[in-house]
Design a protein around this ligand. Structure first.
Ligand code: SAM
Length: 405
């Protein structure tokens, strides 16, 4: 899906002495670059790093595979620069160094964790800005003229839609597109269900899916003919409900990519019982639900690109909107299953009391809670400054019912 507003980028081509222009594609919503210089295999990594840090974008004319190596070299330079900053800060104030050990101390944790989280996001944003300055041009139909370029046409068409004009995009975005095409082709295996879901570009890929077991373990309400899956993504939760025998499942999402993706996953599994609606939270024209499930974005922070909307939820707007709106959609004896990681609590971006307060404000109380711990690599990475928070993370299924149930 191409951005609705067309943006163009202009540059002067050193080799041909021509002014050029092309459609600008940026999935992280970056504005078209103002300054572009031509670079190729003769450009050194140090030169490229200097240019990128100075805000200059570089259009690659060299060998495609060499550009990948240049990106790796740039990444190493960014990491070294980040490391130097950490060491400098540590030298200034030894106790400020964010080591895994120091973060285990509760008093250190309480002061520094939220800052560390925001610093880490800023560093990631800076890294992304620098790496996104290496660009390539694709002809109409996403054809690259670079030496040793793979065929990226199908992957780009799947991600952005048909394009009948030339475009400029960052190598980094292209790598994201190619990675997504790989997931879409091979699927994410969900072992406990004995099936795979096939995520599309820009749709939350459930590569960490410990929470699936929670949905399999939770007892369905006595009568469970109608269920909603709010924010369905690939359709994974709706699939579980349909497989558990719920007659009618209505799945919603705001993201049109998610709807296309879920629809394809339902069709593959021949799940006729699931209906899809593009909606902000709850479906319209649907019967009252015996069960409403939701696995919302779990970190209350501002998404900085469309790809982050599945993870970050500014001011917990979706979570609070979901809780506030759930009760009027419930049938008698109905239940809400909220899947939520407590990472935000460990990062001190939200407190447990705040969450319980939102349940109460929505007229909901906790019937029971099932917990699971993360098994993914990041939760075991002791070099991560947020290791203490990540390793303590628990994901819960909160079964909520109206007060008067
Ligand atoms: C963490 S992902 C969960 C996806 C899927 N349910 C799963 O468990 O794999 C959150 C999903 O909520 C969707 N979403 C975010 N805000 C929404 C809203 N206001 N209404 C509907 N869906 C929303 C996102 O597009 C994303 O697909």
């Amino acid at each position: 899906m191409l951005p609705t507003e067309k943006q163009y980028v202009q540059w002067f081509e050193n080799e041909t002495l021509r002014h050029r222009h092309a459609r600008w594609l940026s999935q992280s919503n970056q504005v078209p670059p103002a300054r572009i210089v031509s670079v190729d295999d003769k450009t050194t990594a140090d030169e490229a790093y200097r240019l990128a840090c100075a805000g200059t974008s570089m259009l690659w004319y060299g060998d495609f595979q060499n550009a990948r190596q240049l990106l790796q070299a740039l990444t190493r330079r960014i990491e070294r620069s980040e490391q130097r900053k950490i060491s400098k800060a540590a030298n200034k104030n030894k106790s400020a160094e964010p080591t895994a050990e120091s973060l285990v101390l509760p008093e250190v944790l309480s002061k520094r964790i939220p800052n560390l989280f925001h610093q880490q996001r800023q560093a990631q944003a800076q890294r992304s800005r620098i790496l996104s300055r290496l660009l390539l041009e694709l002809d109409a139909g996403y054809v690259s003229q670079l030496r040793r370029a793979p065929d990226v046409s199908a992957a780009c068409t799947a991600a952005f839609g048909e394009l009948d004009e030339s475009c400029l995009l960052s190598f980094r975005d292209l790598q994201g597109v190619l990675g997504a095409a790989g997931w879409r082709a091979k699927g994410v295996p969900i072992e406990s269900l004995g099936l795979s879901v096939f995520p599309h570009y820009g749709v939350f890929a459930p590569t960490r899916h410990e929470y699936v077991q929670l949905l399999l373990d939770a007892p369905l309400p006595d009568a469970c003919d109608v269920a909603f899956d709010i924010g369905t993504g690939t359709g994974l939760l709706a699939i579980i409900l349909a497989q558990r025998g719920v007659q009618q499942v209505v799945a919603t999402d705001l993201n049109p990519r998610a709807l296309a993706c879920a629809s394809e996953n339902f069709a593959r599994l021949e799940l006729d019982a699931v209906q899809l609606q593009q909606a902000d939270l709850f479906p319209t024209d649907a019967p009252l639900a015996n069960l409403i499930v939701c696995n919302p974005p779990w970190l209350p922070a501002k998404p900085t690109s469309p790809l982050e909307y599945a993870v970050y939820d500014a001011n917990s707007a979706m979570l609070r909107g979901f809780l506030q709106g759930a009760k009027p959609h419930l049938a008698e004896q109905g239940e809400v299953w909220l899947i939520l990681s407590d990472l935000a609590e460990h990062l001190q971006l939200r407190s447990r009391d705040e969450l319980l307060g939102w349940f109460a404000d929505a007229g909901l109380e906790v019937k029971y809670r099932l917990d699971t711990q993360p098994k993914h690599g990041r939760s075991q990475d002791t070099t991560d400054p947020l290791f203490a928070a990540r390793s303590a993370e628990i994901t819960s299924l909160w079964c909520l019912v109206p007060f008067d149930n």
